[in-house]
Design a protein. Sequence first.
Length: 325
Amino acid sequence: MFKALLINSENDRPQISEISEDVLRQDGVLVKVEYSTLNYKDCLAILHGKPIIRKYPMVTGIDFCGTVLNDSSSEFKPGSEVLMTGFGMGEKFWGGHSELASVDASFLLAIPNGFTMKNAMQCGTAGLTASMAVLKLKDFGLTPDSGKILVTGASGGVGTISILILKKLGFHVIGTTSNTKNFEFLENLGVEEIIETSTLNSVKILDKQKWIGAIDSLGSKALVGVCACTFAGGAVVACGNAQGIDFPTSVAPFILRGINLFGLDSVYQTIANRKRAWNLLAECLTDNDLDNISTEHQFKDILDLAKRLIENKVTGRLVLRMQES
Ligand SMILES: NC(=O)c1ccc[n+]([C@@H]2O[C@H](COP(=O)([O-])OP(=O)(O)OC[C@H]3O[C@@H](n4cnc5c(N)ncnc54)[C@H](OP(=O)(O)O)[C@@H]3O)[C@@H](O)[C@H]2O)c1
């Protein structure tokens, strides 16, 4: 038997439940889960179910890392330390909020060189997304000499890790936050300028140009403001909707300033793109960096933590220790 956060049906509440190992898929890699995380998407799944969860019963958790117990495909040796994010885990098939998981071998990665299992979950899907967003800006051609980069939702998971990577690469970073209490935290991460997110909500469709690139995890009017203040020819990566799913703008920033809007989905990325992004994370981030932006918690506290994250009462990343000590 093992424990997992199980949601039995659309009308049921999530509960940490005892489950028999027999119900796990028998043709997957069986992993003893050491760490998982809570991303924004996990919290939506736990608290609201739809539209994240596509079928029931479901074990939540879009990320985990752990130790291989058994692999029927023989790709991973017992004892190997592995990492899994996305690919529909916690949405279409059972996820990482569990003491045991059985997943397709082709979805697993080895823990990146220089990282521990805990480091990998201090990053999780949020960190992977941040790293892919930074790579999009770099591949577009932006360098520290090009100008300033804006990061919205700066105190969140995607936000903090984007900032840490951009700072390591030498960029001048502007952060937006909805809470002035985060100012000191963001200054300590090295953010040079901080603005309140609400100011983005009220700019004109084309406003004063302030940054050459941006990573946005908010969507809605905030993303409108981000595009409105991007320098001509600049690039914006849209990767989240923490403020809203709408995008009430005009084509003006695109046809009059030629700004480039990139979408990003880290969930169904190729293994090659994932490895590239994880290597950037491992190259840029130290234990100290990751300890400064994350807190470790026991699995038993998951429901309370999910509620706090959705209410925007969390700074940085939440890591879950999945085995009882
Ligand atoms: N595209 C992908 O593949 C992908 C992958 C991961 C995440 N995401 C999305 O990216 C977004 C951020 O994820 P995350 O894990 O970083 O979440 P998170 O840790 O909760 O961070 C989101 C941050 O946004 C700000 N925020 C929250 N609610 C807000 C509101 N109503 N209005 C304005 N600002 C608000 C807060 O920062 P401040 O307190 O500093 O304002 C919060 O810390 C989510 O929408 C998530 O679904 C997408």
